[in-house]
Design a binder for this molecule. Structure first.
Ligand SMILES: C[S@@+](CC[C@H](N)C(=O)[O-])C[C@H]1O[C@@H](n2cnc3c(N)ncnc32)[C@H](O)[C@@H]1O
Length: 271
């Protein structure tokens, strides 16, 4: 092969009609895929963990950017198409047939890979929460993930907005998320019902003396009753009312006005 065949031909050749059950919405636009592949930064010589490569559109763009890609794909039908792509980039693509929710991803890499994925909504969110909740500093250098736009907005939301909640605090207390680009639904085949966005997340130092478990107990209680005043919603969290008083956080406030830094301070006082 001197040139890669167009993706639509690959789909046709391997009979890869999009499966609804597997949440398959494929991207074919070469320029768009190249833009997504650039979100983590310069990939020349970098390791990438791609989840859900499907027919390999994004995989191509990552390989063209100079990355070494290890990919996990659940749909067996896609494996021969990905093997052909691997022949075009010898030694640069390893494909594992399996479920990304079960694969021991950190064990696949010597260094810290960039994670890149365009996944079904439910799988992407489950993986994100798992990755953000695991040991810190994490095994990955950055996350570049496609979500439905509404979820992307919840990840980057600031205090005071409707979208702000548990996911924003989890994503922001020891990492920096941003929406790198929005993607119109018409870019996908078949088009999903809603708009999408690519989120880029870079880990930072974890604040000292703060336990994730404590922080999560606070945000679960606070956002579980987000319309209630904190003195009501945090009543069941031992020590929370005293901690608020110590920190000068008004107990008449509501969860969505409490910044990530304030939740972190509260969690630190609670120990
Ligand atoms: C939305 S499609 C995107 C495909 C391709 N990355 C693209 O951008 O065109 C999602 C892909 O993830 C795969 N997938 C779904 N659940 C998965 C899982 N649990 N583990 C690994 N791959 C999965 C699907 O088979 C499908 O190929």
């Amino acid at each position: 092969m001197t040139e890669l065949p167009p993706l639509r031909e690959v789909i046709k050749k391997h009979g890869l009609s999009a499966s609804k059950a597997l949440g398959q919405n494929f991207l074919f636009d070469h320029q768009l895929l190249a833009r997504i592949a650039k979100v983590p930064g310069d990939l020349a010589g970098a390791e990438v963990f791609e989840v859900g490569p499907g027919p390999g559109g994004l995989t191509r763009a990552l390989l063209e950017g100079g990355a070494s890609v290890t990919a996990v794909e659940r749909d067996r039908r896609c494996i021969p198409a990905l093997a052909e792509l691997g022949e075009f980039f010898p030694g640069k693509l390893e494909v594992i047939e399996g479920d990304a929710l079960e694969v021991d991803a950190p064990a696949l890499f010597a260094g810290k890979p960039h994670v890149v994925a365009n996944l079904p909504y439910n799988v992407g969110t489950a993986l994100l929460i798992g990755w953000l909740s695991a040991e810190w500093k994490p095994w990955w250098a950055s996350l570049t993930l496609m979500f439905q736009k509404e979820v992307a907005e919840r990840i980057v939301a600031q205090a005071g907005s409707e979208a702000y909640g548990r996911l924003a605090v989890l994503a922001q207390w020891r990492s920096t998320p941003r929406i790198a680009m929005t993607v119109h639904r018409s870019a996908f085949t078949p088009p999903p019902k809603v708009m999408s966005a690519v989120v880029h997340i870079v880990p930072t130092e974890a604040p000292e003396g703060v336990k994730l478990k404590t922080l999560e107990a606070l945000t679960a209680a606070a956002f579980g009753q987000r319309r209630k005043m904190l003195r009501q919603s945090l009543r069941g969290v031992p020590g929370a009312l005293a901690a608020m008083e110590q920190l000068g956080i008004e107990s008449s406030r509501r969860a969505e006005t409490v910044s990530v830094a304030e939740f972190v301070s509260l969690a630190r006082v609670l120990g």
